[in-house]
Every structure is written in C-alpha cells, then in structure tokens.
Design a protein around this ligand. Structure first.
Ligand code: GDP
Length: 740
C-alpha cells in the first residue's frame, strides 16, 4: 500500500517534498525485528572511486537525507558522510562513520570504511563488524593499489562482497576492462549481473541480467525507475553475458554446476539463489555497474545488497573467555534478537566529536536497554547506559533498546576501541582481539609554535585513543616527542589533522624504522647489587636465565618468577620485573628496544636490613647487563608483505628491483597478461619504492604493503646501526660538555 501511494505521489511531487514524505513513511514503520532484515555493510574503495558520493546517494534514495551535495561541492557544504573538516577539504573519507538507513523495510547499517592505504586499523576495525561489503571501483581507474589492500583485508575476515563499477559516465570508462582486472589482479571469480546501456556521455541506464530487463533512472535525481525491454542492439551481448554469468557461477556453486552440465538454463529463482550462495561463500563476486554522480544504478545496488549479502545470523562470530588453564576458550555468539542471552557488544570506534565522546558498538549477542548497567570486560569498570543512539552521519536518533546484529553508539563512556561490553559483571568475555599491528615507523614531532602546546597535547590525546596503531611518547634522551605509526603517510595525515582541526601546525623529523634487539641463545645470570658503605645500605641478588621467546612472540617480553622459598622476598618481585622492563627500553647494541626476551628469575638473596625495592631494581638491571655482555644479541627489523601487480612485460624488471631491495619472493600469479608477485621485504629497504615501480612499469605497476613480522636484520644493516650508535655515544660527552 505504501509503495502504491509513493508511486502516485512520485509523478507530481516536488523533488524534496517527496523525499520528506518517504522519510516520514519509513520512520513511522516499526523497525525490523528479524535478523533476516538487517544488513551491516561496508563500502570499500580506492580513494576517489566515488565511495562518499555513493553513500550519500544511498542515504538520499532511502529517505535519510533531503538533499544531495557533491563532494567538494560548490555549495561548500560537502557530502553528509564527510563529517570532518579535513575530509571536506580533501573530499576523502579518512574516518569511518556508522550510519543506518532503511530500504524496502530492511535495516542497512553502513560502516564507511576509510580508503586510505595507511589507515589499515580503521579498515580492519570496520571489516570486523561488517557482515558484507560493496567494493567500489572506478570504471576508468579500475583495480588500484588500495583496492588490492581492502581486497586482502576482506579475504582475511572472509567478508562476502559485491563489486560496483562506478563512474560509467566518465570519459574512457571501460567496465569490461575493470571486470578483467577483478579476475586477473584480484583473482575473483567475477561476472556481470548488470550491463551498462551506453557509456561515457551516453550512459542511459543498466540491464539487469537476471531479470533480463532494462532499467532507466528518471526524474531530477534518478529516483523514478522505469523498466523496459532490452534495447534491440544489445540482445546478443546480453545473451552472451548471461551465459558467461551462468558459466562462472557453475564453477562456484554445485547446484548451478549440475544444471550447467545437464545443459539446462537456470530459472530466475535458481539464479538468484545460486548467486547468493556463492557470494556468501566468497566463491563468486557479482559485478554491478552505474554512476553515483549521475544517479544511475544506486537503487539496483541496494536491491543487490538485500538479495546477496548476508544478514547477521548468517555470519559466525566468536568471543573469548579465559579458561582456568590460562588459555582462552572460543564461544559462539547467539544471534537471536532477544534477551535470552547475555548482552555482548564490541566498541569498534571512538569519536570525540561535538557531542562529546561517542562510542560505536556492534551488538553480537543479546539485548541492551537504555538505563542498563554494562561492564567493560577489560577494565572491569561498570557504566550506566544513559543514552543509546543510532547514527545517521552527524545526526543521531535516540533509541531505547538494541539487539544482536545492531550497531549503535553510546555517550560519555570511557573505553578504548576494541573493548568488549557485557551486562554480566562476572564474565571476562571479550570479542576476538582485534588485529593491531605494532607501529613500524617513527618521526619526531613538535608544534611549530610553542604557544600551541596545549592543543598539541589535546590532539594527541584524541588521536592515540581512537587509533591504537598511532602512539606518541616523550623521548627523554633526545628531548623530543616521537610519533609512531604504520607508515609515513599515516603519521603525516595526523600531522595535517593537528593543523586543520586544532590549529596547531607541527614540524616532523625524518622517518625512522623501529628496529628491535633480541637475544638468540639462553644466558645465565647471577648478579648481586650491594652498597653497604655508610648510611642506609642496599642489597639484592638475582639468579636465573635470560632466554629468547619463540619467534612468533618476538615483539613481547616476558617476566617469570620461578623462585621457591624466601631468598627473594615476594614483595621485591615486582621491583625485579620493573628493572627488567626498564632495561628493555634500550638495548646495548644499537639503543633500540629489546624484545622477544624471557627473564626467568630462579633464585637470589636478600639482607634483613639493607634489602629494599631499589636494590632489586638495580640487581635486575645488573642481570640484564650481564646478559648483554655474555649473550649473543641480534637486531630485528620489521618485514613487510609486499604485493606487486603489473603487466607481464615488466616482470623481469620488477623482480630485479625486489632482489636489490633484499626482497624474498614468496609466490607469483599470472592472469590475462598481468602478473602478481608476493614478497617479503624489510621496511628499511622500501623507501622510495613507489616512484621506482612507477618509472619501471610506465606507471602501470601497483603495489601494496603491510606489516608482517619482525625478523633478524642482515649483517650489514646491523653493523651500520651498531656503528651509528657507537658514533653517537662517542660524540655524546662532547655534546654534554657543549651544553654546559
Ligand atoms: P571517495 O574518495 O571514494 O569517497 O570518492 P568521492 O565520492 O569523494 O568522489 C571523488 C570524485 O569523483 C568527486 O569529485 C565526485 O564528484 C566524483 N564522482 C563520484 N562518482 C562519480 C561518477 O559516478 N561519475 C563521475 N564522473 N564522477 C564521480
């Protein structure tokens, strides 16, 4: 009935009046209470592919906003999803915002994933809470470096996805080439489920290959959809692409495969069901086409989201509960939308905005009601949920309860992103820990003008809280503030945000790779710290072993107390751990942090009167010094996973560059004239690679890079770091003198 009324109205209503009407109708609908009618989706893309424009069109057609603005629009307002000043200026989306909307009585939560290569944590976080995604590609640019990164992340989290080839209207648009790239560069078993009717300036509409109908988007904003016959001159192409769709699907889905072998053409219903099954399994990627800017194809994309992407009940989510043996047990979350199970939610994003601190939460189990008390299972702190909202870009709507599968935001709650909330005070449940890589690069940073110190620290406070891979500390030795992160660009973007959002211009130093030092074989220690000549004395002795941790734990340090009896009184154990940790801050070889080391305290000695905390701190420091002298130590460096894709004729050149940069090739792929190389390369050898690759492949090569692990550095790297460190220390006394 509602739809009928809309139809009648659409012919004679003014453009915005209609949207208001739709909006009013939808908000008066009872929110869907069934899981099947919820979609939590992300929109991922290479920068400038039109993700923001598409999101905004979605909000417009679904009646959530009354007007559309172009990104970097002349009206100076900017698209609704771009809530930050910097984004408005640059027209890119850096931070993800969660927004919800309704389409054909389905609730769609859109998590706007950032498109920037260095913002992996934000993408990872967003992908964790999504059930499905739309991969947006530009019909001209095709598969670009960031597309490869988000593609890999979707694979890691097994997120089913649809591909949307946008910008059909642009000069040089070639969706057929983009489809080939999806297959060759990203290894997707992909096929069109829609075809464009005309391209570039001649883009008229799209063909739905399953329905075998043409769709035209009419009205001022493409809101009136007109269905028609397939244009006569496209019938052959449609027939061919329809067969291609069935062929690709038959490779991915058993039921369609059987029909194919029997040479039977699947019915529409069979095709819909087959696409859905294969899409959920990630064995097939349906490819849609359109142009967000010219308002064509967006509603059909929304329909595809409902048809093919999973609802929260179709995705298995696990939480972790510590077991008595000190291990973690995996428990499956129940997706029922009622209060039969304890509430469990994950804080996946914090935002300090104009409304105060907002915490975005994905509900994985049970129900949360306004006024209830919840516990942060990491800190044990309890908080009352005084306000519960759902976000629509910068606006919020109060709700009284949320259920499994929902995404909501809480107010004024102090927590870190990645924290788990539950209503059960005793449960230590936590959602799987998020993949948070260690920072691999640092730069010194300071405000250009000292009078901005206050805003500088405010900005740092906020950024470090929102992004766990961005850390800032004061280096007391060099008397400078150091910012660390996942790449040069990562650090630069925050520096720019400090200027734009906090009015604090900053100066950054040269990038430095975060090397580490570790021990390679166990070494025993027995150290007595004793000072008993006059005044109150000091006495502490520690005996034990310092040994390497397994390779996969080489970024951690572990302290173990294995003492029996009272030679080392229990109250001094924390002091020994403190001394050990202090020494790990700076290794003896190169001055970098020590990691991958286990300190096993086995015995020691004390003095009735002279033993105290400081004595045992000093004893632990002495033990570490013994280990530095007697043990064998090496330098560790961050190794990156690098994926390079380029046309085949450049393979030789790319290989030899990789060898020069000490890369180790771990795999190769070739597909339709393109090759991909997967390699591990030390970060220290990656500087300047982007321009080298560009010039050696006539600008056609692309690469992505992500942190993999720490591994021992080559001999010459280690030697040069050691000699730099020694030179620095040789110069140090002179410097100190100079200062005086
Ligand atoms: P994002 O960086 O992926 O969020 O991309 P934006 O939505 O900011 O779009 C980048 C630029 O592409 C903007 O100038 C948009 O106006 C433009 N754009 C977006 N969609 C289309 C489209 O379908 N056709 C054309 N020609 N331009 C588009």
């Amino acid at each position: 009935m509602l739809i009928k009324r809309l139809h009648v109205l659409s012919s004679n209503s003014s453009k915005y009046g209609l949207q208001k009407f739709i909006s009013a109708c939808y908000s008066s609908l009872v929110p869907p209470k069934v899981l099947e009618k919820i979609r939590n989706i992300g929109i991922s893309a290479h920068i400038d592919s039109g993700k923001t424009t598409l999101t905004e069109r979605i909000l417009f057609y679904t009646g959530r906003i009354d007007e559309m603005h172009e990104v970097r629009g002349k009206d100076g307002v900017g698209a609704v999803m771009d809530s930050m000043e910097l984004e408005r200026q640059r027209g890119i989306t850096i931070q993800s915002a969660a927004t919800y909307t309704t389409w054909k009585d389905y609730n769609i939560n859109i998590i706007d994933t950032p498109g920037h290569v260095d913002f992996t944590v934000e993408v990872e976080r967003a992908l964790r809470v999504l059930d499905g995604a739309v991969l947006v590609l530009c019909a001209v640019g095709g598969v670009q470096s960031q597309t490869m990164t988000v593609n890999r992340q979707m694979k890691r989290y097994s997120v089913p996805c649809l591909a949307f080839i946008n910008k059909l209207d642009r000069m040089g648009a070639n969706p057929y080439r983009v489809l080939n790239q999806l297959r060759s560069k990203l290894n997707h078993n992909a096929a069109f489920i829609q075809l464009p009717i005309g391209l570039e300036g001649n883009t008229k509409g799209i063909i739905d290959l399953v329905e075998q109908r043409a769709l035209y988007f009419e009205g001022d904003h493409g809101e009136a959809i007109r269905e028609d016959e397939i244009p006569a001159d496209m019938r052959v192409e449609v027939e061919e692409r329809h067969m291609e769709l069935i062929e690709h699907l038959s490779n991915a889905d058993e039921q369609i495969g059987e029909l194919f072998l029997e040479e039977k053409i699947p019915t529409k219903a069979e095709l819909y069901a087959g696409i859905r099954r294969a899409c959920l399994e990630r064995t097939f990627t349906p490819v849609l086409v359109g142009t967000a800017l010219k308002n064509k194809g967006v509603q059909a994309l929304l329909d595809a989201v409902l048809k093919y992407l999973p609802h929260p009940g179709e995705v298995k989510n696990y939480a972790l509960i510590p077991s008595r043996q000190g291990e973690e047990e995996k428990v499956l979350m129940h997706s029922a939308r009622d209060s039969s199970h304890t509430f469990v939610g994950l804080a996946f994003k914090l935002e300090a905005g104009r409304f105060g601190q907002l915490t975005y939460v994905r509900v994985y189990q049970g129900c949360l009601k306004k006024g209830e008390t919840i516990y942060n299972s990491r800190t044990g702190k309890k908080v009352k949920v005084s306000r519960l909202v759902q976000m629509h870009s910068n606006n919020m709507e109060d709700v009284t309860e949320v259920y499994a599968g929902d995404i909501c935001a809480l107010f004024g709650i102090d927590c870190a992103s990645g924290d788990t909330f539950t209503t059960d005070s005793k449960s230590n449940i936590s959602m799987e820990s998020m993949y948070v890589p260690d920072p691999v690069i640092s730069m010194s940073i300071k405000p250009k003008d000292n009078k901005n110190l206050d805003s500088f620290s405010k900005a740092i406070n906020r950024f470090t809280k929102e992004d766990p891979t961005y850390t800032v500390y004061w280096d007391n030795e060099n008397k400078e503030t150091i910012a660390s992160g996942m790449g040069e660009l990562h650090l630069e973007i925050y520096a720019q945000r400090m200027e734009r959002e906090y009015g604090c211009e900053v100066v950054m130093g040269k990038p430095k790779v975060a090397f580490r030092e570790t021990i390679t074989t166990p070494v025993e220690f027995d150290y007595l710290h004793k000072k008993q000549s006059g005044g109150s004395g000091q006495f502490g002795r520690v005996i034990g072993v310092i040994e390497p941790l397994p390779v996969e734990e080489n970024t951690k340090n572990v302290f173990e107390d294995e003492t029996m009896g009272t030679n080392v009184p229990k109250q001094f154990i924390p002091a020994i751990e403190k001394g050990f940790k202090q020494m790990c801050e700076k290794g003896s070889l190169t001055g970098h942090k020590v990691s991958g080391v286990r300190f096993r305290l086995q015995d020691g000695d004390n003095h009735m009167v002279d033993s105290n905390e400081i004595s045992f701190i000093m004893a632990a420091c002495g033990a570490m010094k013994q280990a530095y002298e007697n043990g064998s130590w090496v330098v560790l460096e961050p190794v990156m996973l690098v994926e390079i894709t380029a046309p085949e004729e450049f393979q030789g050149a790319v290989m030899s560059q990789l060898t020069k940069r000490s890369g180790i090739v771990t795999g190769t792929d070739a597909n339709e004239g393109w090759f991909s190389i997967y390699a591990e390369v030390p970060l220290n050898d990656m500087f300047g690679y982007a321009s080298e690759l560009r010039s050696s492949t006539q600008g056609k090569g692309e690469f992505t890079m992500e942190y993999s692990r720490y591994a021992p550095a080559r001999g010459e790297v280690m030697e040069s770091l050691i000699s730099q460190f020694q030179d620095f220390y040789a110069a140090e006394p002179a410097k100190k003198k100079g200062r005086r």
